[in-house]
Design a protein around this ligand. Structure first.
Ligand code: NCD
Ligand code: ZN
Length: 344
């Protein structure tokens, strides 16, 4: 893939964010343009209330997104919220979706309508395998919070064995064990977020509690973060960048009962550039943020050159009523487009 790297700037070709929460209404209109400015496309999560679990609703949501990002070069790759779909429904949806997202019931924001027992999902998974529709999974059990992802790994293994032609994406992996599982089954893939490459549980709860760093799955141990970082920097051929950018209003984050989700969309590429540079891996960023996802999903995003400059930039305190990751802190790299803009 054509790209350019020197010490002051990097040009990424059609960067992709393979896991984003855009929400709806006023929140969508604040957050979607920020992703659409930085990326050429992204996978849009369906956990709205009610969930996006039918083609009509999905097409309406797609229209709302198109209006919010009007004029931007950005492909929204839509997903359906997993339920028991029949073949007619999935055949009709297939041209409009990149995959179906499965949430175990109750494990995260707006997942109440998720799957109670994974076995009940199998008839639908068999149709998806037949039709070549990827399965995206929030892989956590309802066990002890630090063990939830690890406990889910045996479910991934079983699904990978039972449906060997089904593309299974382990979303936002957070553990060394999940990285290792990639090498056990050829049909397992994973997205990795920015914040899980940087944070451990200590950053979230080791000192004063940091609500803006609280997300599902929760950040784990240093050795987990290091394994994720190795996989992203290599990059492992079956990992892709997916920010899991998940905006919540300040009132829902700075509250007794803090909502889970870290809003990283506006800082994702600058911080990835900073991090890859620190690890002497800037020349591999293109593969992590675009090429792997194209190959894994077989998508051809719109052609878009995104220029990042090595010029310090202070992250705003707010976008609308959302506090971004890194609020108020300085990042060494910035999106070139921002130079000419007055502010967010
Ligand atoms: C996400 C959200 O807010 O929708 N929250 C999160 O902590 N990541 C849902 C999700 O992806 O789990
Ligand atoms: Zn998510």
């Amino acid at each position: 893939m054509e790209h350019l790297v020197n010490t002051h700037e990097i040009v990424l070709t059609s960067p992709l964010d393979m896991h984003i929460h855009f929400r709806e209404g006023a929140m969508l209109r604040v957050v979607a343009p920020l992703s659409a400015e930085a990326f050429a496309g992204g996978v849009i999560m369906p956990n709205l209330t009610p969930p996006v679990d039918g083609l009509d609703r999905l097409l309406q949501y797609r229209t709302e997104i198109d209006e919010a990002i009007a004029g931007a070069i950005f492909a929204p790759y839509m997903t359906l919220f997993f339920r028991a779909y029949d073949e007619v429904e999935l055949r009709a949806a297939r041209p409009h979706i990149i995959g179906v997202k499965l949430y175990p019931a109750g494990v995260t924001t707006n997942s109440e309508a998720g799957v109670q027992r994974i076995r009940d999902a199998e008839p639908t998974l068999a149709i998806m395998e037949e039709l070549g529709i990827p399965l995206l999974v929030h892989g956590e059990t309802s066990g002890f919070v630090l063990d939830r992802e690890r406990e889910f790994l045996s479910i991934y293994a079983r699904l990978a064995q039972r449906f060997p032609r089904l593309t299974i994406v382990m979303e936002h992996i957070t553990t060394r064990d999940a990285v290792a599982l990639l090498d056990e089954y050829p049909n397992l893939y994973a997205t990795i977020t920015l914040h899980h490459l940087q944070l451990t549980l200590d950053d979230v709860a080791g000192g004063l509690l940091q609500p803006h760093l609280f997300c599902k799955p929760i950040a784990k141990r240093p050795e987990d973060r290091d394994a994720l970082l190795r996989a992203a920097l290599a990059p492992h051929p079956r990992v892709m960048f997916g920010s899991d950018s998940a905006p919540h209003p300040v009132s829902a984050k700075e509250a007794a009962g803090c909502a889970a989700g870290v809003f990283t969309a506006p800082v994702a590429l600058p911080l990835l550039a900073e991090m890859f540079e620190q690890h002497d891996a800037l020349d591999r960023l293109q593969t992590f943020v675009s090429d792997n996802a194209r190959r894994i999903y077989g998508v051809t995003p719109p052609e878009k050159k995104v220029l990042l400059w090595r010029e310090p930039w202070q992250v705003p305190a707010r976008y609308g009523d959302v506090t971004p990751y890194y609020a108020g802190r300085t990042v060494a790299w910035q999106l070139a487009q921002r130079q000419s803009r007055a502010g967010p």
